[in-house]
Design a protein around this ligand. Structure first.
Ligand SMILES: [Zn+2]
Length: 97
């Protein structure tokens, strides 16, 4: 887990948000985020020490969900790589033998 002040948003970042776009803006650094899930993850990573208990519980739920989604993506990518490997290996065997 990242530390509270690690920060991935550069201080001099110039962000251009189109008019009329629904965004979730960070109350601490004004950083615009596209979804509520990204907003709560941003709070947990960037401003962890400033969060209240409700936000922290929500962040932990969203973090668990994000971790699960990332694990699922990795499993899917592993299956695709294995299928590609065997597909290319069998193709090679039939073409070159
Ligand atoms: Zn922020």
């Amino acid at each position: 887990m990242a530390t509270a002040d690690a920060g991935h948003v550069p201080d001099d970042a110039e962000l251009d948000v189109p008019e009329g776009t629904e965004i979730y803006r960070c109350p601490y650094c004004e950083y615009p985020l596209q979804t509520e899930r990204l907003w709560i993850l941003h709070l947990g990573i960037e401003h962890n020490s400033k969060m209240d208990e409700a936000q922290r519980a929500r962040y932990e739920d969203e973090h668990d969900e994000e971790t699960h989604d990332l694990f699922t993506l990795h499993v899917k990518l592993t299956v695709v790589i294995i299928l590609l490997y065997f597909g290319l290996t069998y193709s090679y065997m039939f073409v070159w033998s």
